[in-house]
Design a protein around this ligand. Structure first.
Ligand SMILES: Cc1cc2nc3c(=O)[nH]c(=O)nc-3n(C[C@H](O)[C@H](O)[C@H](O)COP(=O)(O)O)c2cc1C
Length: 223
């Protein structure tokens, strides 16, 4: 008797998928650079790909022992700068660095302390308007924010941060002229896809909820 729920195939059907045990589940999320303030008033910069937006709140997943989590527990101001795909090398220069001294045992092998991460990455800090940590000048989008909640994640290895965005700075080249809309055809996030860097491909369509003024030549989403 076929006991499979409607819409699924019975278990005996030839399997199209294989069960695997991947070591990571980084299935392709945008990279952000987090600027935070250290104890001594200097600033730290760290690449993070566990980031997404819920309204004006950005949710971040951070390693419990890193300098960024340490800073946000004590000093909640931060800037979330979004690099473009062409900036992946600067991001990767930050990958083996921590602002934490001594380097925690939980950090990946080869990780080293670096107090001057902006310089190490070849990136430029520019003053923010509402928060102390600087924005990354080279990033087309920069979000000034404040960590409203910093809570332990269920596994104990991570903290989950809810950051309220106060101000958005945008390079005019990614803004629809004369509006507050980001032009999705002009902006691409840098996507971290199973530890490899990608940009976006061409547009496929759009949500029925889009409010972006139509770009000539892009077809409406199929109904
Ligand atoms: C592209 C990329 C994405 C990363 N994503 C995360 C992440 O989502 N959460 C995290 O805790 N670390 C992430 N890391 C690792 C941190 O950047 C790394 O642990 C770094 O040492 C943190 O710096 P800090 O200790 O100064 O905060 C990522 C690294 C790279 C290169």
């Amino acid at each position: 008797m076929d006991t499979a729920p409607s819409g699924t195939r019975p278990a005996a059907a030839p399997a199209a998928h294989v069960e695997i045990a991947p070591s990571i589940l980084y299935f392709g999320t945008p990279v952000v650079l987090l600027s935070t303030e250290n104890e001594d008033g200097s600033f730290n910069l760290a690449p993070i790909s566990s980031a997404w937006a819920l309204g004006r709140t950005v949710v971040l997943g951070l390693g419990r022992d890193g300098q960024t989590a340490h800073n946000l527990r004590a000093r909640p101001d931060l800037v979330i700068s979004l690099p473009a795909p062409g900036q992946w090398r600067a991001v990767e220069r930050l990958a083996p660095l921590t602002g934490r001294n001594p380097v925690p045992a939980t950090k990946a092998e080869g990780c080293r302390f670096e107090p001057e991460k902006f310089a190490a990455a070849g990136l430029t800090g520019v003053p923010s308007r509402h928060v102390r940590p600087p924005r990354v000048a080279e990033c087309p989008l920069q979000l000034e924010a404040r960590a409203e909640r910093v809570r332990p994640g269920a596994s104990g290895d991570f903290v989950v941060v809810e950051a309220a965005v106060r101000t958005v700075h945008a390079d005019p080249r990614v803004v629809v002229p004369g509006t507050d809309h980001i032009d999705p055809a002009a902006w691409s996030p840098l996507v971290y896809n199973f530890r490899h860097y990608f940009g976006l491909g061409p547009e496929l369509g759009h949500s029925y909820r889009t409010q972006t003024p139509r770009t000539p030549g892009i077809p409406a989403a199929p109904r």
